[in-house]
Design a protein around this ligand. Structure first.
Ligand SMILES: Cc1cc2nc3c(=O)[nH]c(=O)nc-3n(C[C@H](O)[C@H](O)[C@H](O)COP(=O)(O)OP(=O)(O)OC[C@H]3O[C@@H](n4cnc5c(N)ncnc54)[C@H](O)[C@@H]3O)c2cc1C
Length: 576
């Protein structure tokens, strides 16, 4: 049996940042396990930037203003103790990354450049052209190599073992050989990323299938605020591939079929730089009203020409290349058709500001030895809607804090064990596909699921459609129980992993839908046509979904209104 003091699942920004922190103590044996090569983690695809109130491009920025923007951007569902930490600790984290070697873009006087992003009052996005995630990820990976941290690359976590509220380790699958192994660890941290792949149109990598959240859910931990999914306003038409918000930060316009900058009608104060939920809804409303562009009418234009050729080439090279390569248009000369695309998962595994996973119900009991950070977690700094550039920041700030907490606590944690019996669910799951003789195709079920979630649980929602969505998801779950895969081999069996991931998507999609049905209000990324306004009296609270035999069981918990260094920002009307 394999064994480490600390096992971190996920080698994106959150996982690597945490590992680096743990490895400061050479006496602790820490390993990372990841289903894709570390540099292929989705963090590397991040384009636009990472937020911090450095104040380099404006005199009046502050962590308080950053915190306020974050709370308001999240439609006040944000836990304010966490948002305070995010704002306060941002600058030191940026300087640290810079000292590790991250080559951020500069102003003429040599200071770190900062640009505008939606919902942020000041220019706050620190960036490396429009390849910020890549720059950060490579620097962190170098640091890990330098420290000799053990990496299980192309290993797949299948199941989390929790006994008596204490994490024992996990069961994993070696993708190269097909072997199933138990890995014992006194501390396990999940940094497994988001779950956007369950929608037809998405910016997310193939790996963003919510594995971590489902493993936690199956182990008896509730999932928090899963109904809040962010749709990004500027995905390339058809594929949903992201064109960074940095384009609008640099001055791009959004235009409908009549040539009008329609944001005038929705957020006249901020125009294209209103928060994403508001811009995505504005776009969808224009499309639904028949003012969409292209033959299908399912998109609007983003026009980069006001930015000018020179600046596009310098600050937005990836946006330029993506548009050329994937729709054959050159943003220097043509407007680009874009549409809302599933982008970010606000919900996830409930944890505190040190990454300790907690049930967050009345007892707020910790799961000893189990931690989470990054997009799979819900600490909750994003509340009902995340602001652009706050997610890379969350991964770094809370990855670092979680690493520190683990480093401080792991010596006091008792040794763990995993029995044969505890390995059985994972072994049986793999066996069912390798030896099973179902008739339903995994690919067909996945395609149907992505259509159902996009069309019935998308930018706008409504009771009838959501009920249909739930019953469709249950039908798909029934079909999945009879599914088969073609490849029965053991070596690099991606068919098998696709099937396991589909099982995860079917499970959390049900949680998203049930949460969305119950929440009879509109808040942030959750917009109900039948309940168009926010209802603080009834719904100023987080959703917690526990797994029961017949589906998710919902309870609710209070929003944290207790920051330590200032008063909380009370809910107010959210206007831009
Ligand atoms: C296209 C795009 C652009 C973005 N741009 C920005 C931006 O400019 N600014 C910003 O703030 N945010 C941005 N975001 C969001 C941000 O990039 C992510 O939220 C953040 O990087 C998530 O980091 P993470 O460490 O939590 O997870 P990820 O980077 O997604 O990494 C997840 C890791 O978990 C591993 N994993 C998952 N499941 C398993 C399993 N079963 N077994 C083993 N390993 C597993 C994967 O291998 C991977 O290493 C963007 C997102 C996208 C999709």
């Amino acid at each position: 049996m394999l064994q480490h003091d600390v096992l971190i699942v996920g080698s994106g920004l959150a996982g690597m940042r945490a590992a680096l922190e743990v490895s400061q103590d050479p006496g602790i044996d820490v390993a990372i396990l990841t289903k894709v090569h570390p540099l292929r983690s989705h963090s590397g695809a991040a384009q636009g930037g990472i937020a911090a109130s450095l104040g380099n491009s404006s005199d009046d920025d502050s962590w308080e203003l950053h915190m306020y923007d974050t709370v308001k951007g999240g439609d006040f569902l944000v836990d304010q103790n966490a948002a305070e930490i995010l704002g306060r600790e941002a600058p030191e984290n940026i300087f640290e990354l810079e000292h590790m070697g991250c080559a951020f873009s500069r102003m003429d006087d040599g200071r770190i450049a900062q640009r505008r992003f939606g919902g942020h009052t000041a220019p706050r996005a620190v960036y490396a052209a429009d390849r910020t995630g890549h720059a950060l990820l490579t620097v962190l990976f170098e640091q890990l190599l330098k420290r000799g941290v053990k990496v299980y690359s192309e290993w797949y976590a299948l199941d989390l073992v929790i006994r008596d509220n204490t994490c024992q380790g996990l069961v994993a699958y070696d993708i190269l050989s097909g072997g199933i192994e138990a890995i014992q660890a006194k501390a396990v941290m999940f940094a497994t990323g988001g779950y956007g792949r369950t929608f037809r149109i998405t910016t997310n990598a193939f790996a963003s299938t919510g594995d971590g959240v489902v493993m936690a859910y199956r182990a008896g931990i509730p999932l928090q605020d899963m109904e809040f999914v962010q749709f990004h306003p500027t995905g390339l038409q058809g594929s949903g591939i992201l064109l960074s918000e940095a384009a609008r930060g640099e001055g791009a316009h959004l235009v409908n079929a009549q040539g009008k900058r329609f944001m005038e009608d929705y957020a006249p104060g901020r125009m294209e730089l209103a928060p994403r939920d508001i811009v995505a809804r504005a776009e969808q409303s224009e499309i639904d009203a028949g003012r969409g562009v292209t033959e299908k009418g399912d998109s609007v234009f983003m026009d980069l020409r006001p930015i000018g050729e020179q600046r596009i080439r310098y600050a937005l090279p990836s946006v330029m290349h993506l548009a050329r390569d994937f729709v054959g248009l050159d943003p220097i000369q043509d407007p680009i058709p874009i549409q809302p695309t599933a982008h970010y998962s606000m919900g996830g595994i409930p944890c505190d500001v040190d990454g300790q996973v907690r049930l967050k119900d009345q007892d707020d009991a910790p799961i000893t030895g189990f931690y989470a950070a990054g997009e799979c977690s819900c600490v909750s700094v994003h509340g009902a809607n995340r602001l652009g550039t706050n997610s890379l920041l969350e991964a770094v700030v809370f990855g670092r804090r979680t690493g520190r907490a683990i480093r401080d606590q792991v010596r006091d944690l008792a040794p763990t064990s995993i029995s044969e019996g505890e390995m059985q669910p994972a072994v049986a799951e793999v066996d069912r596909f390798i030896r099973g003789d179902g008739s339903e195709s995994v690919g067909a079920i996945r395609a149907d699921l992505r259509d159902v979630m996009m069309d019935k649980c998308g930018v706008f929602r409504e009771a009838g459609q959501l009920q249909e969505c739930l019953s469709d998801v249950k039908d798909l779950q029934a079909r999945f129980a009879k599914s088969r895969i073609d490849d029965r081999g053991t070596i690099f069996n991606t068919d098998l992993l696709d099937a396991i991931e589909l099982g995860h998507m079917l499970e959390f999609s049900e949680v998203i839908t049930v949460g969305a049905i119950n929440r009879t209000e509109s808040r942030g990324g959750h917009a109900r046509r039948d309940y168009p306004t926010r209802d603080d009296e009834q719904w100023f609270k987080h959703t917690l979904a526990y797994r029961d035999d017949d589906g998710p069981r919902l309870t609710y918990s209070a929003v944290n209104m207790a920051p330590r260094h200032r008063e909380a920002y009370p809910p107010e009307e959210r206007k831009y």
